[in-house]
Design a protein around this ligand. Structure first.
Ligand code: PEP
Ligand code: MN
Length: 286
């Protein structure tokens, strides 16, 4: 890095997340999966039952997917909507990973307490060596700075979603909170925003922001075609667009039986429907 780049890095609001940061050589590698290469994170939006997450884990691991997702705590617009099974769901997911051989589980932590409940579940089941639980920070908590400060000091990888009303600079600054605490295993996730008219999609799609975000930061960039579009028919074409623009990975709602999904049923793919997309991206990354 030359002195000029260093000076630029020092004046930006996010010196550690910046492309020219001394940390830029760091690779986010989780359970042997390099998040700068290609990663598919797939699974149900919410974990409704132990059976559903076990079936998802088995079917997805058979397809070669190495990172399972599933919501345990669900931040819902209405308080009357399904809120998730919390720590019980974490335990069901740990068991599903153990039985299927999946070693990465991604789940949203809505609070410091949820993060701590995950550690307690891993303790109780003696599962710390069996898998890594990536802490997802959802769009509604993307600027919950106290949560970010907490996760920054913890040893667990974080998948940070873009706040739906956040600019790219605000997004990278949120990641800076994690890096500033010492946590370097951070991946970014674009998931649509509300800075423009959303037209007929659930959110305005932001895959066109990928090259600009890549120019700002060294952190791997995952695209979520499920929450951005809200429509299963749009998931595959938009995922391909995102991948073509340089996304390092995809986060996709995949449910073994979307008719039973208590959350985001309209955007969930069946495992078989996800398979072709996963292999398309994987072979293009190879
Ligand atoms: C999710 O991934 O399940 C989710 C709720 O996403 P977001 O925070 O992007 O809405
Ligand atoms: Mn969802």
């Amino acid at each position: 890095m030359n002195a000029c780049t260093m000076q630029n890095a020092a004046t930006v609001k996010y010196p550690l997340a910046h492309r020219a940061s001394p940390l830029a050589a760091h690779r986010v590698v989780i359970e042997g999966v390099d998040f700068h290469e290609f990663v598919s994170i797939a699974g149900p939006c919410a974990i409704e039952t132990p059976e559903v997450i076990l079936q998802a884990a088995h079917e997805l691991s058979r397809l070669g997917i190495r990172a399972l997702r599933g919501g345990c705590w669900k931040p819902r617009t209405s308080p009357y909507d399904f809120q998730g099974h919390g720590a019980d769901a974490v335990k069901w997911a740990i068991n599903a990973c153990r039985e299927s051989g999946v070693r990465i589980f991604v789940t949203e932590v809505v609070s410091v307490e949820a993060d701590q409940a995950i550690d307690r579940a891993l303790d109780e089941l003696g599962a710390h060596n069996d898998l890594t639980i990536v802490r997802q920070v959802g769009t509604r908590n993307a600027q919950n700075f106290e949560l970010l400060k907490h996760l920054g000091t913890r040893p667990n990888p974080v998948l940070l979603k873009r706040g739906m009303g956040n600019t790219l600079e605000e997004f990278v600054c949120a990641a800076e909170y994690l890096l500033a605490g010492g946590n370097q295993d951070v991946a970014l996730c674009l998931r649509g925003h509300r800075l423009d008219d959303a037209q007929d999609m659930r959110f305005a799609l932001d895959y066109e922001d990928i090259p600009q975000l890549q120019a700002m930061t060294w952190l791997p960039i995952i695209y979520d075609p499920s929450h951005s579009t809200g429509l299963k028919q749009a998931v595959i074409p938009i995922a391909r667009e995102a991948y073509a623009r340089g996304a390092n990975g995809l986060l996709v709602d995949v449910h073994p039986d979307p008719t039973q999904a208590l959350c985001d049923a309209k955007q969930a793919l069946l495992p078989g429907e996800f398979e072709a997309l996963h292999h398309h991206c994987l072979s293009a990354a190879a």
